[in-house]
Design a protein around this ligand. Structure first.
Ligand SMILES: *Cc1c(COP(=O)(O)O)cnc(C)c1O
Length: 456
């Protein structure tokens, strides 16, 4: 064994203990760390002889750690960013320590069972009990899997198998959606269907939710089965398509209903908001991100479907040493990856530790914080909310200054991190609340940083 490696093996308990103390310090200092520090990279050559764990940690601390954003902290409100709860971090560490590969039962029976249990718990949490599913790396991959199933279903309707014959056998494909997330286009590109197959359907006035009447008009005018991508939580204004109405439409027009519920799916946890995802259980495929509002570390999402048979057709990886897919297929036959980490473990720990109640509280507190910031901004001269706060995002514009300038001042303050967008043709800013740590005090600090950044 390489002597440096052998020394680390001999000192393994110390390696882990030092890491534990280091990580505890990082997390204890999260509130004080600049939310998005400026970084200057200083590339170095690959070491020939390494410095061992101690050398690596010292170098990391010296060269990289200070540049890492406090994205796990309470005032990082850019994109839709979750943190990581204590049990989720622990589960993630243990996934690394056990280093399981739940692709196949063979040699990893318990790990695959744990993933199955976690998927069942999540299906219950989001009210899609009739669905099966698997862990994937993020909502983009979850949308990718759902749309791969849609593609195979379209083939089934036309008497071909895309999995066997390729996309050329399919002919023209139409994907209808009101306000699709950018990852839907990316997934369609990866699937060989092309970004160009999306046909945008008008949305309701001053909304991002699809106009169901307009959708019906389009469905009546296209020939043959299509794919409808419904949105349960758009990134700008957290708008929801009327899923019940879409399910009723599907009774009259044949289409595959994929729902992108990346973070909006968490509305199911809140009594006040669960109606927004009424009908989700009837979808053919559903995407939910976990590294956002479940507050597990990156990278983690789940995909659900009611058509596991199609999933096996697309993703099966039959090989002599892996066996053929059975009625209860191994994950190797269900996901784009073959070998993969036990990413279910972090989610399992989070759910076992905090249960439905704990996660409901996080969701409701995030919604309360978004409302708090929304109300404060609404009463502030020079600021305009561009949409009501429907769930956990505040989308607003500022008068008399470029959004970019204001944003730079907010983010440069180290107090908060917001991201820009364009909504209804207007440059705007978004503050998205999905971190379990955020309190009233944090929201007040974010508000103060915004006010300070406004033109005077
Ligand atoms: C975040 C998000 C995605 C993409 O998620 P990744 O985890 O970044 O792959 C897709 N759809 C919606 C609605 C999202 O909010």
């Amino acid at each position: 064994m390489d002597p440096v490696l052998a020394a680390d093996l001999a000192a393994l308990p110390d390696v882990l203990d030092t890491t534990r103390r280091y990580a505890a310090d990082v997390l204890a200092g999260l509130g004080d760390r600049p939310v998005s520090p400026a970084v200057t990279a200083d590339p170095r050559a690959l070491p020939v002889v390494g410095g061992g764990f101690a050398g690596a940690l010292a170098e990391f601390g010296e060269r990289w750690a200070d540049g890492f954003a406090a994205s796990a902290g309470p005032r990082y409100l850019g994109f839709v960013t979750g943190g990581a709860t204590p049990a989720a971090v622990a589960g993630d560490w243990l996934a690394g320590a056990f280093d399981q590969n739940p692709s196949s039962r063979s040699g990893a029976e318990a790990a695959t069972e744990l993933e199955r249990e976690t998927v069942r718990w999540l299906a219950e949490l989001f009210g899609v009990d009739g669905h099966t599913g698997a862990f994937v790396s993020g909502a983009t991959m979850s949308n990718f899997v759902g749309l791969a199933l849609a593609r195979e279903w379209l083939g089934e309707q036309r008497g071909v198998s895309v999995a066997e014959q390729g996309v050329a056998a399919l002919g023209e494909v139409t994907v209808l959606s009101g306000s699709p997330h950018s990852s839907v286009y990316k997934a369609l590109s990866m699937l060989g269907l092309g970004r160009g197959c999306v046909r945008l359907v008008p949305t309701l006035a001053e909304r991002e939710a699809v106009d169901v009447g307009a959708l019906e008009g389009v469905l009546g005018s296209v020939s043959g089965p299509v794919v409808v991508v419904a949105n349960a939580g758009t990134v700008n204004t957290v708008d929801f398509d009327d899923l019940r109405a879409l399910v009723r439409l599907r009774e009259r027009y044949p289409f595959w209903l994929h729902v992108d519920a990346a973070f909006g799916g968490f509305a199911a946890l809140s009594g006040e908001h669960a109606h927004l995802v009424d009908g989700l259980a009837e979808a053919d495929s559903v995407c939910v991100d976990l590294h956002k509002w479940l507050n597990v570390p990156y990278d983690s999402a789940v995909q659900f479907t009611r058509r596991r048979d199609l999933q096996v057709r697309v993703f099966q990886n039959a090989a002599a040493y892996l066996g053929l897919p059975t009625d209860d297929p191994d994950f190797v036959h269900l996901t784009p990856q073959n070998s993969r980490r036990l990413r279910a473990l972090a989610a399992w720990f989070a759910l076992a530790a905090y249960g439905r109640e704990g996660h409901r509280e996080v969701v409701e507190r995030c919604v309360a914080q978004a409302r708090r910031l929304g109300a404060l901004l609404d009463g502030t001269a020079g600021v305009r909310l561009l949409a009501p706060v429907r769930l956990n995002v505040v989308c607003f514009a500022v008068d008399g200054a470029e959004v970019g300038e204001v944003m730079e001042r907010v983010n440069g303050s180290g107090e908060a991190f917001l991201t820009p967008t364009v909504y209804a043709g207007q440059p705007a800013m978004r503050a998205a609340f999905s971190n379990w740590r955020t309190t009233d005090e944090d929201t007040d600090r974010v508000y103060a940083a915004i006010v300070k950044a406004l033109p005077n």
